[in-house]
Design a protein around this ligand. Structure first.
Ligand code: SAH
Length: 346
């Protein structure tokens, strides 16, 4: 069966041509797909014969809302989607002044093993398809009635570990006949896969690259993020510097503040040293308490921020949204797996 929604425009054009249909049909199909139709019969401007053909040959992916939580505090909405194969992923819709923003998952689970992250506890189950990434946006928008103008790839999974799919997703979401979300409205967050960052640089996309740094020294970073054991902080910063040179886009560094682990003054100083001349921006994240993890939120966020700022680093503290729901990375999926008895706390 053909997954139409995962096709690029060129592939869809070729497919429609193969069926002996005129080219404008491809555009019509594309528009319907991105509007979130759930049946081929909803594509009312196609001929009956074409609809029947599509029904026979193609799947129309429609995720099921397994759970939905709405924050009473700030209207943040969290979706737990059930995919066609029964796996679940999460997305979060956040309501900012500059526009509604969706946080999307790129994989079912994650294989990066970061010590503080709920998404990685059960490992990687599988990577998502482009259609499954798009569907999170399409159906969140349809269900909530909120127009979504910004995307952050910061949900479950490591986007650069699903590189080709994510690139295809970016191309599709950018399309004028589809969701038409510009690259400057998209952030991609990575734990720091240097080969993939180098590869991404060659595309010169105008998106914002966020690098999950979380520590400026190898000892701490390797403890928090196994990915650092093979690459190291020096190589990561070299890679980021190159990315900035090639794309002209400033990098944003994510730094989740962990009590007594990465919140010391000397680490703020070292971070400032690394960032000299890079125009990098630091986003300090108050750690979300993950039940399975012994790591606790830092009490020194403000001091750390001041210290960085005094050394000329631009720095913000992430505002916590959805505090009354399970709005952070992987927590709702995790809770549901536990409740269904599919996993136990290890
Ligand atoms: N794999 C990608 C994107 C997913 S995670 C990455 O590593 O960047 C999105 C962000 O949330 C990352 O910066 C991640 O490190 C951070 N994060 C994960 N668990 C967290 C927690 N318990 N508290 C605060 N931030 C967390």
């Amino acid at each position: 069966m053909t997954d139409l929604k995962s096709m690029t425009r060129a592939e869809l054009d070729a497919y429609v041509a193969e069926l002996g249909e005129p080219k404008f049909r491809a555009k019509q199909v594309f528009q319907w797909l991105h509007r979130g139709v759930e049946q081929f019969d909803e594509m009312t401007n196609l001929s009956k014969a074409l609809r029947e053909r599509l029904k026979q040959d193609c799947v129309l992916t429609v995720p099921v809302i397994e759970q939905k939580q709405v924050s009473k505090l700030d209207g943040t909405i969290k979706y737990l989607w059930k995919l066609a194969d029964g796996n679940c992923i999460e997305s979060v819709v956040m309501r900012y002044k500059h526009g509604n923003t969706i946080c999307l998952s790129s994989e079912v689970g994650c294989r990066m093993g970061c010590a503080f992250c709920a998404s990685t506890i059960g490992g990687l189950i599988r990577r998502l398809q482009p259609s499954e990434m798009l569907d999170q946006l399409i159906f969140a928008q349809k269900d909530s009635g909120l127009p979504i103008s910004n995307i952050v790839l910061m949900g479950i999974g490591e986007p650069l570990d699903n590189f080709e799919t994510v690139l295809r997703f970016l191309e599709l979401v950018n399309d004028l006949d589809g969701l038409n979300i510009g690259m400057r409205h998209i952030s991609l967050s990575t734990c720091g896969l240097v080969d993939e960052i180098d590869k991404l640089a060659t595309y010169q996309l105008q998106l914002t690259l966020s690098v999950s740094l979380h520590a400026p020294d190898d000892e701490t970073r390797s403890r928090l993020m196994p990915v650092n054991r093979s690459v190291g902080v020096a190589r990561l910063f070299e890679c980021c510097r190159h990315y900035f040179e090639v794309t002209g886009r400033r990098i944003s560094y994510e730094y989740a503040m962990v009590d007594g682990v990465n919140d010391h003054d000397w680490q703020a100083d070292l971070l400032a040293d690394h960032l000299k001349g890079t125009q990098g921006h630091v986003n300090l994240i108050p750690l979300n308490d993950v039940r399975e993890s012994p790591l606790k939120p830092s009490r020194r966020v403000a001091q750390f921020q001041q210290r960085l700022e005094r050394r000329g680093v631009t720095c913000t503290v992430r505002r916590k949204l959805g505090g009354d729901i399970d709005a952070s990375c992987g927590q709702l999926r995790r809770k549901t797996l536990l409740a269904s008895g599919k996993e136990s706390i290890s």
